[in-house]
Ligand binder design. Structure first.
Ligand SMILES: Cc1cc2nc3c(=O)[nH]c(=O)nc-3n(C[C@H](O)[C@H](O)[C@H](O)COP(=O)(O)O)c2cc1C
Ligand SMILES: [Mn+2]
Length: 486
C-alpha cells in the first residue's frame, strides 16, 4: 500500500478522548440504527425512477432516510437521505453534536492508514461488461436535469506521480452504457487528471457507491493534496478501513462498499454534460466536460444503490461539516480567539460563514474575514459576531447585524475575487466577497450593548407554573363568578 507522510503514525489515538459512544463503521449498521429509531421510511415497491423517487426522498429529507424496494422494477434497492441532520452525523461519529467539528479535525490530524484485503464483499459479483442502464437503478432527479445521474459516487484516483489516492464526490451524468460525463471543479481529481493528460494518459478511477456515513463525510474533507481521505475515514471509525484493489486498475476501494464502477477519465476528450440541479438550488449550466469510460462494475450480491438528491440537506450537510472543521482550524491557527464557525443553511451551507469571535483587539474581525475568504473560495459573505451570539441561530446573527453593525465602518468588500462557479450571480466564478463586522466596539460602555434579560426566565418550567384548572374556566380562575364577570 501507499504510505503518505500522514499515515505512518498508527500508534496515536485515532479519536479524541472522552467519547462514550462508538462510531458507526458500516452502512448496514447505520440503516439498522435509523430503522430502530423510526428514521428509515421503507417506501412502497416499484416507484418510478423518473422524478417520483427523488420527489419522495426530498419530502423525507431531514426527517427520515428513504429505502426504495424494486425501484423502476430493478432488483437493486435505492437508498437516500442517510445523513440529512447534523445530529445524525454526530450520532454516527459517536460524539455530542457540539463536538462534531473537533472530532472531524482530530481525525484529519490523526489519519489511520487503510489495510488491504484480498476478498471483499464489494467484489462478490463482477461484471466485465458495463451497461449502466441495465445494471443499476439510475434515478432522474430534477425537472431539467439532462437525464440520469450518479450523485453519491466517491471518485477515487491516484496521483500519477506519487501514487497517493484522493477521494471526492462528483456528479456523474450517464452518457451511455459505459460512459459518464463528470464535473471536476478545480481541486485534486482535476489536478491528477491534468498531470495524466499532459503525458497523453487517461486517469484511472473508481466510483464507489454505498458507503458508511463516516466515509461519505471523509470524502468531503478539505485536505492537502496527497492526503488520502480514506485515512480520515479510518480515523473516524477508530479502525483502519479495509480496502481492495480494483479488478481493472490499481485504485484501492473500500471493501465493504455496495457497488464499485471502475474506469478511466479519457485524455483530450470533452463532451456535453448538464444541466443538473445543484446545491445552490439552481441548475449547473451545460458545457463540454470530462468523460469517464467504464471498464468494470463490481458489487455485493444484494447491493444497495445510494442516491443523493442535489440541493437536499444530505448534500448540503455533507459539504458543510468538513468545511466548517477545516475553516475553524485554519482560522484558529492565526486567530486563537475564534470560538466557532457555522456555514448557514440560507447560504446553502457553502457561501455564508458565521464566525464567533472573543474579540480582544479592535479591527480583529476584519482580519478574521480575510482569513476566512482565503480558507475556501466558496466562502462569499462572512459575518463576525461576539461570543454572546448563537451562530447556529440565523435570527441571532441577523440581530447582531441589525444592532452592532454600521456599513460605513464595519463592511469589507473585495471585488473581482475567486468564488463558486455554481453561484449564478458570479461571472463564471469571479465575484465579490463581503465581510460584516457585527461585533460590538471594545470601548463601548457595559450597558450600551447589554442584552435585556428577565431574571429567572430560564428557570421557569411551564408545566410547573400552569394552574390545574383548564384554560376554558379562566373566568373562574380570576374569580369571575364572585364578581359576576361576564
Ligand atoms: C453530493 C455531492 C456532490 C458533489 N458534486 C461535485 C461535482 O460535481 N464536482 C465537483 O468538483 N465537486 C463536487 N462535490 C464537492 C467535492 O466532492 C468536494 O469539494 C471534495 O472535498 C473535493 O475533494 P478534493 O479536495 O480532494 O479535490 C460534491 C459534493 C457532494 C457532497
Ligand atoms: Mn483531496
Amino acid at each position: 500500500m501507499v504510505d503518505t507522510p500522514f499515515t505512518s503514525d498508527v500508534a496515536r489515538s485515532a479519536r479524541p478522548s472522552g467519547h462514550p459512544l462508538r462510531p458507526i463503521t458500516t452502512l448496514r449498521d447505520w440503516l439498522d440504527r435509523l430503522a430502530g429509531s423510526d428514521r428509515l421510511a421503507v417506501i412502497k415497491p416499484e416507484v418510478s425512477l423518473a422524478f417520483e423517487l427523488a420527489a419522495i426522498a426530498k419530502r423525507f429529507d431531514g426527517t427520515k432516510a428513504t429505502l426504495f424496494p424494486r425501484p423502476g422494477g430493478f432488483v437493486t434497492p435505492v437508498i437516500s437521505g442517510l445523513v440529512s441532520d447534523r445530529r445524525w452525523i454526530a450520532e454516527a461519529m459517536g460524539v455530542e453534536p457540539r463536538r462534531v467539528l473537533e472530532c472531524f479535525q482530530h481525525a484529519a490530524q490523526n489519519p489511520l492508514p487503510w489495510t488491504e484485503v484480498k476478498n471483499a464483499p464489494v467484489q462478490e459479483v463482477v461484471h466485465r461488461e458495463v451497461d449502466l442502464g441495465k445494471q443499476l437503478p439510475l434515478p432522474v432527479h430534477n425537472e431539467h436535469d439532462n437525464g440520469a445521474y450518479i450523485t453519491a459516487g466517491l471518485v477515487i484516483a491516484r496521483n500519477p506521480s506519487t501514487g497517493v489516492q484522493n477521494v471526492s464526490i462528483h456528479r456523474l451524468q450517464v452518457s451511455g452504457p459505459n460512459r459518464l460525463g463528470a464535473l471536476l471543479l478545480p481541486r485534486h481529481t482535476s489536478m491528477f487528471y491534468e498531470m495524466a493528460e499532459r503525458s497523453g494518459q487517461p486517469l484511472d478511477v473508481a466510483i464507489v457507491i454505498g458507503v458508511d456515513p463516516m466515509t461519505l463525510l471523509a470524502s468531503q474533507a478539505i485536505a492537502p493534496i496527497d492526503f488520502d481521505e480514506l485515512t480520515i475515514a479510518g480515523a473516524l471509525h477508530g479502525a483502519p478501513l479495509p480496502v481492495v484493489k480494483c479488478i481493472t486498475n490499481d485504485v484501492r476501494v473500500p471493501a465493504e462498499a455496495e457497488i464499485v464502477i471502475e474506469g478511466r477519465i479519457l485524455p483530450k476528450v470533452r463532451e456535453m454534460e448538464g444541466p443538473f440541479g445543484e446545491f445552490p438550488q439552481y441548475y449547473g449550466e451545460p458545457a463540454k466536460r470530462h468523460v469517464i469510460e467504464l471498464t468494470a462494475l463490481t458489487q455485493r450480491k444484494n447491493a444497495l444503490f445510494h442516491t443523493i438528491v442535489g440541493g437536499g440537506l444530505e448534500h448540503l450537510l455533507l459539504g458543510a461539516i468538513p468545511r466548517e472543521a477545516t475553516l475553524l482550524q485554519h482560522l484558529q491557527r492565526s486567530f486563537p480567539n475564534v470560538r466557532d464557525v457555522h456555514l448557514a443553511l440560507g447560504g446553502v451551507c457553502r457561501y455564508h460563514l458565521y464566525v464567533q469571535l472573543a474579540k480582544r483587539q479592535d479591527g480583529e474581525a476584519k482580519n478574521v474575514m480575510m482569513g476566512a475568504f482565503a480558507g475556501h473560495y466558496d466562502v462569499k459573505h462572512v459575518i463576525v459576531v461576539d461570543e454572546d451570539v448563537d451562530i447556529h441561530n440565523p435570527a441571532e446573527v441577523e440581530w447582531a447585524v441589525a444592532t452592532r453593525f454600521q456599513a460605513d465602518r464595519d463592511l469589507l468588500v473585495v471585488p473581482e475575487s475567486q468564488g463558486s462557479k455554481l453561484d449564478p450571480s458570479t461571472r463564471n466564478g469571479v465575484g465579490t466577497k463581503m465581510g460584516l463586522d457585527a461585533t460590538k466596539p471594545l470601548d463601548a460602555s457595559e450597558m450600551k450593548f447589554k442584552r435585556i434579560r428577565v431574571p429567572g426566565e430560564e428557570k421557569i418550567d411551564p408545566a410547573q407554573v400552569v394552574a390545574a384548572a383548564p384554560a376554558s374556566s379562566w373566568r373562574d380562575a380570576i374569580g369571575g363568578n364572585l364578581f359576576n364577570f361576564r
